[in-house]
Design a protein around this ligand. Structure first.
Ligand SMILES: Cc1ncc(COP(=O)(O)O)c(C=O)c1O
Length: 454
């Protein structure tokens, strides 16, 4: 999407937000006393005062609650968190403690999962970038499942397994007609995935019992989920009929959308209505499990173990980004520019998604002004919102960017400014789980003369 089309659809979305008065803070359990927002009794402005701004805040209660919601499914469905979504060790360790496995896509993520104490039998390895050295590491670790992304990975992993005298459990990532494709997976269409399975089954060093399908494009409604599952389940039947393969591990990936994160598609429907139409975790699981169970009952084959790899749906709405107005440029520009201490280097995803943004000290005050929210760097792309209605801003005002628990921390960089700290809030107790980056951190890996005499 070009910068100008983003601006246009954002404009329409902003009008829609105005029309439905934006989403209400109580969707995130935020309460307001005289306009000042708090999370479970802790003032958001107070958090920014104590820990600095910008700051990520993890809501431990909501994180645990989301895990519980995902786990309220019949036995046989297992949840593996996609590490790249929010790779904060304290968050990952908490998830692991609650029984959530790890979905990793690189040797680093595998190392991290093992270091955090995740058992190899609770780890799924995915991703399109497996090198010979990564293949050996994967094979050596006896993981629950390794999904081969494309045909060329079959021989790579089979060879590593044969050399190491191992027989890893593998699946193949397949691409349905409406999922991400290109570098991701082998298309079911044209018999390509079937041919890849035939090749994989010819390697005695591979235990081929898995099937992986991650849609990539967000699943927002029941019809999309139904169509995606139908193609995958029909392919299970093809594998059985043509190759005699009964899939034992059916890995259906992630992709469930966060209801309050909306695509920048220019829709003018009121925001509440749009959120209401989207799948909840409970609805998604009920539909998914129902359709898979029905299918295997109908074809008379045993149900495979069902594996899910949620990312954004598990952690997206469990974290927020607090930031402050560091400057106002109102010199003739309409709307006026509010320059924040956080921008695209930590919240780049706002270029592609609508996230709710609240004024933390004066929520509910009439939104009398329209602002463009810019980040602090010298890049014209450093913009979080083209037009947002807010009370008249003053320097130091705090804003909360909601649903910051997916793909913000992971895509953060230190362009001109250090990266923020992360505080975990649990029953009124604040724990700094990642300190803010320092200038020293930013040059720590560089070789240069550190003591320069002036
Ligand atoms: C293979 C795989 N599984 C799971 C996920 C998590 O996706 P999401 O955040 O859409 O649930 C991703 C992210 O793209 C992925 O690539």
């Amino acid at each position: 999407m070009s910068a100008s089309s983003v601006a246009t659809s954002e404009g329409r979305m902003a009008q829609a937000a105005g029309a439905s008065r934006a989403l209400h803070p109580e969707r995130w359990d935020l309460t307001s006393a005289e306009g000042e927002l708090s999370l479970r009794g802790t003032s958001l402005a107070g958090l920014a005062d104590r820990w600095g701004s910008p700051l990520f805040v993890v809501d431990a209660h909501r994180l645990d609650e989301n895990v519980r919601r995902f786990q309220q499914v019949p036995a046989g469905v297992e949840v593996f968190y996609s590490y790249k979504t929010n790779p904060v060790p304290a968050v990952l360790q908490r998830l692991s403690g609650l029984g959530v496995g790890a979905e990793v896509v690189s040797p680093y993520e595998l190392w991290l999962a093992l270091r955090l104490g995740v058992a190899p039998g609770r780890i799924i390895y995915n991703g399109p970038g497996k090198t010979p050295s990564a293949a050996r590491t994967i094979v050596q670790n006896d993981l629950l499942l390794t999904n081969l992304n494309h045909r060329e990975e079959i021989a790579l992993v089979a060879q590593a397994a044969a050399q190491l005298g191992k027989r890893p459990t593998v699946g193949l990532r397949v691409a349905t007609s409406d999922s991400w494709s290109g570098k991701f997976g082998v298309p079911i269409a044209g018999g390509q995935a079937l041919a890849a399975y035939e090749e994989a089954l010819s390697h005695s060093s591979l235990r081929v019992v898995g099937l992986h399908a991650h849609r990539g494009v967000a699943i927002e409604d029941a019809a999309t989920l139904e169509g995606f599952l139908r193609e995958v389940l029909e392919f299970c039947d093809t594998l059985h009929a043509r190759l005699g393969l009964a899939v034992e591990l059916l890995d259906l990936g992630g992709s469930l959308a966060v209801p309050t994160v909306l695509p920048l598609d220019g829709s003018t429907l009121p925001l509440d209505e749009r959120v209401q139409r989207r799948l909840t975790i409970e609805h998604y699981l009920a539909l998914l499990v129902g359709q898979v169970e029905d299918h295997f009952r109908r074809v008379g084959r045993p149900m495979p173990r069902l594996l899910l790899e949620p990312g954004r749906a598990l952690t997206g709405n469990t974290q927020m980004l607090l930031c402050r107005v560091s400057s106002l440029n109102e010199a003739g520009a309409v709307p006026a520019h509010a320059i924040l201490d956080a921008g695209e280097s930590i919240a780049h995803i706002l270029h592609r998604e609508y996230h709710e943004i609240f004024h933390v000290e004066r929520w509910g005050e009439s939104s009398s002004e329209t602002y463009t929210l810019d980040g602090p760097t010298c890049s014209p792309m450093d913009r979080l919102r083209t037009a947002i209605e807010l009370p008249r801003l003053q320097l130091g005002d705090t804003l909360a960017v909601m649903d910051a628990g997916a793909y913000l921390v992971s895509f953060s960089n230190s362009f001109c400014f250090p990266q923020p700290g992360i505080v975990l809030l649990e029953q009124g107790h604040e724990t700094l789980v990642r300190r803010a980056e320092t200038y020293e951190d930013m040059v720590d890996r560089d070789a240069y003369a550190r003591e320069v005499s002036r």
